[in-house]
Design a protein around this ligand. Structure first.
Ligand code: PFF
Length: 444
């Protein structure tokens, strides 16, 4: 079967960075940081990204490129008639779960583009903007509609196979997102009382580092880098045999981390200045940002551009999620790409609707004491991704081994990578140990 699908003709850096940079950086990262002790969370997060990010990412790339397959096919090829393909299935399941709640927030970006164009934030105070955000959640059909539109858009791109076109845009638009974040960061830092927010972000209080904080940072790191579930195996399968995977992994990790930290610099100083609690969760982003635009010269235009860029960033991430499910259905279940896309999109909508509706006040859509939305978020980021990543590094480190890994990583010896020994050591020993210890510490 020809594998000229998504991502084959474009730089895989753009595709993987497009998957990594998204709502996870701008919406989820501030939420997690605010709820988990600020600077202490940032410190742990950065440590995890630096120590584990690149090795885990490379493990996925190597599995993907060596087999040229989707996650399930890849495990089947490398270890036929074993239980390992289970982790491929787990990845597809996880993509489905993430898509279901991620598309809820992605839908909000569309609502906010409309609001921005209609100049609906202008002159409003924080309480009004917060109130309107809350009221929006009570209108279930509107959330569901935007969500379905977003999933439809994703399906359209994945089906048309125009993802490489989108990624070409993303190559221009994502740097623009960074520029806008810098401009917003400068504005945020010069607001009265911003210093307190800056300290909250960058001054770690070590007493805040607890098991649940560690798990949150681990989950956020994997979520943000799109790791632990096969997206990067799938993208790895499109990497050319003479590409340097190590520099690809480094670039993606740096870009993703830059955007997350910048988002923190935009959100927290402004939130403290306006009196938004760092534990405000979703409101942290969806109320604080309009407030910043309200106070800026040219805020009207900036606001529109920002939410359009955010929607595009979300789209390049949802494309990668849907692509994992579609690639599986096409290559393993042998249905056409058209039907695979329809089926995958419909499935995501069917479950996603409950995530959107569960944000209504007094909802009965709960699991384990959380809203269905939070439940899916918790299940994917704090359980499935760490478990998936754990078994991926175990597979590479202990089942496939050093010779196989190094041969693939160095393009059969053509690349000189002096740190390959360190990377493999982390994959074999440090990463599984760290993931296991953190995971267990969070549930003790
Ligand atoms: N990394 C994306 C973000 O930070 O927004 C979300 C995501 C995409 C998670 C793809 C996992 C994934 F497989």
């Amino acid at each position: 079967m020809s594998r000229d699908g998504f991502g084959s003709k474009i730089g895989v850096i753009a595709a993987a960075a497009g998957s990594a940079v998204g709502l996870g950086n701008i919406y989820r990262f501030p939420c997690e940081l605010g709820n988990n002790g600020g600077g202490a969370f940032l410190l742990v997060y950065l440590l995890i990204v630096i120590c584990l990010g690149i090795p885990v990412m490379l493990s996925e790339f190597v599995i993907g490129r060596s087999t040229q397959k989707n996650p399930i096919g890849a495990f089947k090829t490398l270890r036929p008639r074993s239980a390992w393909p289970v982790f491929g299935y787990l990845g597809v399941f996880c993509a489905f779960i993430i898509m279901a709640f991620y598309s809820t927030v992605a839908g909000w970006t569309l609502e906010y583009i409309v609001k921005a164009v209609g100049n609906q934030f202008q002159g409003k105070d924080l309480a009004t903007i917060e109130g309107e955000f809350e009221a929006f959640h009570q209108v279930g059909w509107k959330n569901v509609l935007w969500q379905c539109i977003f999933i439809f858009l994703t399906g359209f791109v994945v089906f048309k196979g125009v993802a490489d076109g989108i990624e070409k845009y993303a190559k221009i638009l994502m740097p623009l997102l960074v520029v806008i974040l810098i401009v917003l960061g400068v504005k945020s830092l010069t607001l009265p009382g911003a210093g307190e927010g800056f300290s909250f972000l960058f001054k770690p209080d070590f007493s805040k580092i607890t098991g649940p904080v560690l798990v949150s940072a681990l989950g956020q790191a994997f979520f943000s880098l799109s790791m632990g579930m096969g997206v990067l195996i799938t993208y790895g399968s499109y990497i050319k045999k003479d590409d340097n995977m190590a520099t690809t992994a480094l670039s993606v990790t740096l870009a993703d981390t830059l955007v997350a930290v910048l988002a923190g610099v935009v959100i927290f100083p402004a939130a403290f200045s306006f009196g938004v609690q760092p534990t405000a969760g979703m409101g942290l982003v969806f109320s604080t940002l309009p407030m910043i635009f309200n106070q800026m010269t040219g805020g009207y235009i900036f606001c529109i551009i920002f939410f359009v860029l955010l929607a595009v960033a979300a789209l390049t991430s949802t494309i990668s999620l849907l692509e994992v499910i579609v690639a599986y259905l096409v290559e393993e279940v042998h249905i056409t790409r058209r039907w695979a896309t329809v089926l995958a999109s419909a499935g995501c909508m069917a479950v996603g609707v409950f995530a959107s509706l569960s944000l209504k006040q007094g909802t009965s859509l709960t699991i384990a004491g959380m809203s269905f939305f939070d439940g899916l978020d918790f299940l994917s980021a704090k359980i499935l991704l760490p478990v998936g990543a754990f078994f991926i590094v175990l597979f590479v480190g202990w089942i496939m081994g050093k010779k196989w890994f190094n041969t693939e990583l160095t393009n059969e010896g053509k690349l000189k990578l002096s740190i390959k020994g360190v990377i493999f050591f982390i994959i074999k020993y440090l990463a599984p140990l760290a993931i296991a210890v953190i995971f267990i510490s969070g549930f003790l």
